[in-house]
Design a protein around this ligand. Structure first.
Ligand code: AMP
Length: 416
């Protein structure tokens, strides 16, 4: 048997409805705030992610699905949405539009990760980006919108962690300080952290190794090293969040797996999830557009995992799709009746009814059983070209009528 590849899954019809609910909330909440939907291609030039996400990140180092396009050019299935949206902003000259440009997306992404509950190789993210605006209000608005979306979905046990990374220069000086500190404590660190001191020292804060954690508890914190400008920006973001009542914790050790962040950084997690507790997060990326070849343009965005939102939200009761009418024939041999049934089903749908044709050619008895199973309200049993019996499946009543009268009769019943 051929199975779906490891780390991927099928979205079965019964799960589609919950996704539709999420799409609806995203459209409503982000649409009302002036965000417009964008869809970029599933694959991009590999260079976009190498430059945009950062060479030193796990994503670029080991999680990308890259392939040769046959012409010697390396392409990559998108592992995240921000770099592609920024590429599109530059490519379509969106800097000429009224700024800021506010965009959102709901797309699938691909990362070669170790699959587990809440972590897949193909997954979906809903994301939002604001490009062309550096004010603290932008940061706070985006955070509030994600909080609203998670609330609308009923995501349980959410926690918001907040930090600021400052500017790359501050980060550079801080990085040197942190590397020196890690070097001074090298023997107490895990092998993995020790091996990555130069490559990505911030990730040491992420380690679950007890020795490393003890060292990191005394490590210098970037939040204490912010420039006055960055500190003020961050204080302003916090006061805006305070004013809206969005609860957050300051987390000076917050790191995210992408290199392009500057200033505000945030992450929502949920207690309702297991090890993979991150629901969504993001941050400011004021240098990214420039790094990708555009004019210096500030930006900020977030992405939230659709699967994790659904895992952390309660299952709503599932109601079967309504079926107004099932059209079948009395005599399986009657060509005339089949033709008339076909036309009635089609006309009924054009009249706005959820109408299905009995397609299998099963006997009348089993067609009625099938109607019960799919909870059809009415069954039209077509006798010949212009004669039918309409059965009300709720009351059990039957009525003989002309074929042309079936649809008006069902519509009338629908309105009762
Ligand atoms: P990131 O782009 O890594 O900041 O991830 C943002 C959000 O996307 C996370 O909080 C998760 O909810 C979700 N996410 C990231 N990677 C995966 C994955 N492999 N499988 C499922 N969801 C993911």
């Amino acid at each position: 048997m051929i199975q779906a590849p490891k780390g991927t899954y099928d979205v079965l019809p019964q799960e589609v409805e919950r996704r539709r609910v999420l799409t609806g909330h995203a459209e409503r909440i982000l649409g009302a705030a002036g965000y417009q939907r964008i869809e970029t291609p599933a694959f991009e030039a590999t260079e976009l992610f190498a430059r945009g996400v950062g060479e030193a990140t796990d994503i670029v180092q080991k999680e990308m699905y890259s392939f040769d396009d046959g012409g010697g050019r390396s392409l990559t299935l998108r592992p995240e949405g921000t770099a592609p949206v920024c590429r599109a902003y530059i490519e379509h000259g969106m800097h000429k539009l009224p700024q800021p440009v506010k965009l959102w997306y709901l797309s699938s992404f691909f990362r070669a990760e170790n699959p587990q509950r809440g972590r897949y190789r193909q997954f979906w993210q809903v994301g939002a980006e604001v490009i062309g605006c550096a004010t603290p209000e932008t940061d706070a608005e985006l955070i509030v919108l994600l909080a609203e979306l998670l609330e609308a979905m009923g995501v349980r046990g959410t926690r918001l962690r907040l930090a600021s990374l400052g500017q790359p220069e501050t980060r550079g000086a801080y990085r040197d300080e942190l590397v020196a500190y890690l070097r001074a404590h090298e023997s107490e660190l895990s092998d993995e952290v020790r091996g990555r001191i130069e490559l990505n020292p911030m990730r040491a804060f992420d380690s679950s190794d007890p020795g490393t954690r003890a060292v990191m508890a005394g490590a210098p914190k970037l939040l204490d090293r912010l420039s006055p400008d960055d500190a003020e920006h961050f204080a302003h973001v916090r006061s805006l969040l305070d004013a809206t009542g969005v609860v957050y914790e300051l987390d000076p050790t917050l790191v995210r797996g992408l290199d392009y962040y500057t200033r505000t950084l945030f992450e929502f997690s949920s207690d309702a999830l297991g090890a993979q507790s991150g629901v969504g997060g993001g941050g400011r990326y004021d240098r990214l557009i420039e790094q990708l070849g555009g004019q210096p343009t500030p930006g900020i965005g977030w992405a939230a995992g659709l699967e994790r939102i659904l895992l952390a939200a309660p299952e709503p009761p599932t109601a079967p799709d309504a079926v107004d009418l099932l059209v079948t024939v009395a005599d399986r041999e009657s060509r005339e009746a089949h033709l008339a049934a076909f036309v009635i089903a089609r006309e009924a749908r054009r009249a706005g009814l959820a109408a299905q044709l009995e397609l299998t050619g099963r006997s009348l008895k089993s067609a009625l059983k099938h109607a019960d199973r799919i909870q059809a309200r009415y069954v039209a049993i077509v006798n010949d070209r212009d004669q039918a019996t309409l059965k009300d499946m709720t009351s059990g009543e039957q009525k003989e009528l002309g074929a042309a009268a079936v649809i008006p009769e069902v519509l009338r019943g629908d309105r009762l």
